[in-house]
Design a binder for this molecule. Structure first.
Ligand code: GLN
Length: 485
């Protein structure tokens, strides 16, 4: 176990202010952790840049919460001078000329990027097994998944390699792996954090997210990341806030809702009991806890709707990956541009990606558009309208972030189930409506973590974090690392 990197930002910051440690020591500690990694967490490193940046910092003031602290970034954030592949062969050799806004804002706050983390290829998938470097398993049980697509970010926090890792969340890619790794995972309101330089997957749902060890750290990180960016047309010009104050003062709203259908469908007795107990304890704390009958047929529509829309957007967004300037070169004689592209893409993408592009292309085909793509858009509208009705009178949706133990890698299957489990897809609600959404630890079952998720109205990110703090106090679960690594 590394000496510093298993601690939250809050503690590292205090140590930097008191000068019991230097940024250089922290960065060195993080580098040691990255080098010792046995969990396949990393795609690329930026050790020299990081050491040079750390050497420049000689003083950290109490108000400079993030300054001098190392961080990691999922490999779909563009990073100047550091190879960025999104764990896909098609991007092998791509070295961006600029930093994504999320990266430059953290750097502006004085943070130091040390390495890039593995992911499911191009952020599609939820298992941490589809990237070109192979499996990134669960630190708590290497036979099981840590979830994805932000697998390397989640796992490296659990291993105690860094106190912050950026991720991206289009369906649940930060909030689900956070549940499986006993970390805090947050996705902000769509438009709150600039997506400039984040490789697009499904633009209408993509959000920058991140993993921390506690809710207070998440508040500070959100403050540094949020705010308008003229490089991202969809970034909000709404005034940014000091999100950490919501956490420090436990500023919350009053009414918490849960779905009857969710409680009825839960089968894991330990997770169900912990979840219901949490709702009871929130009631004891003075919150009003109400049951909402969100229609089950809309819950059943989550998965097909998500697949049609995300695959369609992704097919279009990734059409630029032609393998010409980077990626695997096709073999044999090439007659035409499209011949080259077809061969390069055949070599460069894994099966999962190809399958998703087939779904995307099929649903966008003019003959199918009305039946598939347009229908999915209508379904999304109904899903979001119903969520907005929920938010007319209720301030938060609280659901379990996962519903059983993480799956065993050997038991993963690519077969389509006829009736997908809505429990497994419920976090996509946060992306359909662009809501702020937070996962934090709720408990352990046979040594494997599970989390709880809080979702709020758009731009009520602060209040979501405020309730997160309440829950963190109730569970007492914070600053967790897998100790014996
Ligand atoms: N698991 C979802 C998928 O397979 C979510 C991915 C994401 O949020 N990037 O697409």
């Amino acid at each position: 176990m590394t000496k510093w990197m298993n601690k939250p930002i809050s503690e590292l910051h205090d140590a930097l202010v008191r000068k019991t440690v230097t940024p250089l020591q922290l960065v060195q500690d993080c580098i040691d952790g990255v080098k010792a990694d046995k969990g396949n967490c990393f795609e690329a490193t930026a050790f020299d840049q990081a050491l040079a940046e750390a050497a420049k910092i000689d003083d950290v003031k109490p108000e400079e919460y993030l300054k001098g602290i190392p961080f990691l970034a999922k490999d779909n954030f563009s990073t100047k001078g550091v190879e960025t592949t999104a764990s896909s062969d098609i991007l092998n050799g791509y070295v961006p000329l600029f930093d994504a806004t999320a990266i430059s804002r953290l750097k502006r706050a004085g943070m130091i990027m040390v390495a890039k983390t593995t992911m499911d290829e191009l952020a599609m998938g939820g298992t941490g097994t589809t990237g070109h470097k192979g499996n990134t398993p669960n630190p708590y049980d290497p036979e099981r998944i840590v979830g994805g697509s932000s697998c390397g970010s989640a796992a490296s926090l659990a291993y105690g390699i860094a106190p912050l890792a950026l991720g991206s969340d289009t369906g649940d890619s930060v909030r689900k792996p956070a549940s499986y790794s006993a970390t805090v995972g947050f996705k902000a309101t769509w438009g709150r954090i600039s997506r400039f330089g984040l490789f697009p997957f499904a633009t209408s749902m993509d959000a920058v997210g991140f993993f921390t060890r506690n809710v207070l750290d998440a508040g500070y990180v959100l403050s540094a990341l949020s705010g308008h960016d003229r490089m991202d047309m969809s970034s909000s010009s709404r005034k940014k806030e000091k999100y950490e104050t919501y956490v420090e003062k436990k500023k919350t709203l009053h009414r918490i809702g849960y779905f009857r259908a969710v409680v009825d469908a839960m089968t894991d007795p330990i997770i169900k009991e912990s979840y219901l107990r949490l709702l009871d304890r929130l009631k004891e704390r003075g919150f009003e806890v109400v049951c909402y009958d969100y229609p089950e047929k809309l819950l059943d529509a989550l998965y097909p709707t998500y697949m049609i829309l995300s695959c369609a957007e992704s097919t279009s967004n990734n059409a630029n990956l032609d393998g010409i300037r980077f990626g695997p070169k096709p073999e044999g004689t090439i007659e035409t541009y499209s011949d080259y592209m077809r061969k390069a893409r055949t070599r460069g993408f894994s099966d999962l990606i190809k399958r998703r592009f087939v779904i995307g292309s099929f649903s966008l085909l003019s003959a199918n558009q009305a039946e598939m793509f347009n229908r999915a858009q209508k379904a999304r509208r109904l899903i979001v309208d119903e969520m907005n009705r929920f938010f007319d009178s209720i301030d938060y949706l609280v659901v379990p972030a996962s519903y059983g133990k993480p799956k065993k890698i050997a038991e993963l299957s690519t077969a389509w189930s006829l009736k997908p489990d809505f429990l497994d897809n419920i976090l996509t609600l946060g992306n359909f409506g662009g809501y702020p959404s937070l996962t934090l630890p709720l408990g352990f079952e046979d040594g494997l973590p599970f989390g709880v998720n809080v979702t709020g109205r758009i731009f009520e990110d602060g209040y979501v974090l405020g309730l997160g703090k309440e829950i963190e106090e109730l569970t007492g679960l914070k600053d967790i690392v897998k100790e014996d690594k």
